[in-house]
Design a binder for this molecule. Structure first.
Ligand SMILES: [Zn+2]
Length: 446
């Protein structure tokens, strides 16, 4: 009798905590095979022909059952365009019958990865063959993401999940206040979020299989014209080297107003990658907390409003000497003449909640660090990671504070994104309302 009770207890422990989760992981190289323009810096003048490091698409499927399931994809690229993101989502939804909220697509925002069609193309002088290469790569990227999801889906096995947090401090606020206004520099007093969330996947007998980790910092140590994943790529490679057979996946946090310091040399990117990998490794060997089902997911969109469109402003820009302003003005005036709706932007927001153990808030675009800090304040009892660069990267997402201060993030960056920024002041409340919606709809019954 006593023995039966012990067995029953063990079984309950097992089913109660772990047995119901199955996980599949996979990775695939997405390094371009032909010369291609790298995205992120207007200063580049030609396609890249050199590879410093392979870049990857990686997928993890975590499920309790078909309804309680999430597919998370990470990619070492600048960001998925709306077009590529929609294409992938449509194909995955059709194939696996999932809800849109059960697919989380993200990018590391490396500035040493290919241009993704048609994002930020106005940054560069592209020939017809350059455009063909970019379009072909973007198609291949979508296929690679589908492929890597398929492999992960075919690889589902019982696993256990744990969450922990570490920290590393190479991210610094880059919004420097000068007499000429806010410029991109270093602001040692600016807000930062040095949290390193670590989700660990192990087999029931304790072998590490996968690690999903994040950090809120622009992936911009390097501006060389060679393909690489920057600090996030080096961090993933370092973790995979120290743990053979393990898939390490990086998700960018809300670090669009943060830069790694120091920056500019390959050794620095490797060093930042190592610091981040060390922080992850410390968490892996320390005490971590179980992450349990159910997995609840929610995906919504909200409209973010631009200031009212002023055609005269763009008539002036089209006559200016600034080629980037000219290109944007041409694009916007054409859209305006066609009567297209250019006053607002559809903004996706998603939440993935594992019971009451861990929640990922997945925001699209280049989100400033204020959002991460304020969401954690709004939900003090939650174990949270607020990710940026998810779903698609359409532009920077400022807060009211940053809109008022001005500078690259709320204003000038819009030129390269071909958008009529800046946003109206209510951008922050719109984003926070959408976050509140997805948090509410994923809340587990206690
Ligand atoms: Zn950026």
């Amino acid at each position: 009798m006593k023995r039966i009770l012990i067995l029953a207890f063990l079984f309950a422990e097992c089913t109660g905590l772990f047995a119901e989760i199955r996980v599949g992981v996979a990775r695939k190289v997405i390094t371009p095979e032909t010369p291609i323009w790298l995205s992120g810096y207007a200063s580049r003048k030609e396609p890249s022909t050199e590879i410093l490091q392979d870049i990857w698409a990686k997928a993890i499927v975590i499920e309790e059952n078909q309804k309680s399931r999430i597919i998370i994809v990470t990619t070492d690229i600048i960001g998925l365009s709306h077009e590529v993101s929609e294409d992938v989502a449509k194909r995955v939804i059709e194939k696996y019958g999932i809800d849109r909220s059960q697919l989380l697509l993200s990018s590391s925002h490396t500035h040493s990865g290919p241009v993704i069609w048609p994002s930020l193309i106005d940054m560069f002088e592209l020939s017809t063959s350059d455009i063909q290469a970019i379009v072909a790569y973007s198609r291949k990227l979508a296929d690679a993401v589908i492929d890597v999801i398929d492999t992960a889906m075919n690889n589902l096995k019982p696993m256990q999940l744990f969450i922990g947090h570490g920290s590393v401090d190479f991210a610094k606020s880059r919004r420097e206040f000068t007499e000429k206004g806010v410029v991109i520099g270093v602001n040692p007093d600016g807000p930062v979020d040095h949290d390193v969330p670590v989700l660990k996947v192990i087999t029931p007998d304790g072998r590490l299989q996968a690690v999903l980790f994040g950090y809120a910092c622009h992936n911009t140590t390097l501006s060389i014209n060679q393909v690489n994943g920057d600090y996030a790529g080096f961090a993933q490679a370092e973790i995979e080297k120290s743990n053979p057979g393990v898939v390490a996946m990086f998700m960018a946090g809300c670090g669009s107003d943060q830069n790694p310091q120091p920056r500019g040399a390959v050794e620095m990117a490797i060093q930042h990658g190592k610091s981040l990998a060390d922080a992850v490794q410390n968490v892996l060997t320390g005490e971590m907390h179980p992450v349990r089902p159910p997995i609840r997911t929610c995906f919504t969109t909200t409209d973010l409003d631009f200031l009212p469109f002023d055609p005269e402003k763009y008539m002036k820009e089209i006559m200016s000497n600034d080629q980037y302003r000219q290109r944007r003005a041409k694009l916007l005036l054409e859209a305006y003449d066609k009567g297209w709706d250019i006053d607002r932007l559809k903004y996706p927001v998603q939440a993935v909640r594992f019971n009451n153990d861990f929640t990922i808030v997945a925001l699209s675009g280049e989100v400033v660090v204020d959002y991460s800090l304020s969401v954690k304040k709004i939900y003090p009892g939650e174990n949270l990671f607020v990710a940026g660069y998810c779903t698609e990267v359409q532009c920077y997402i400022p807060t009211q504070r940053i809109l008022k201060e001005g500078g690259y993030e709320p204003e000038n960056s819009m030129i390269y994104y071909g958008l009529p920024g800046p946003f109206k002041e209510n951008v922050e409340s719109k984003v926070l309302n959408a976050i509140s919606f997805v948090m509410k709809h994923t809340r587990a019954k206690r």
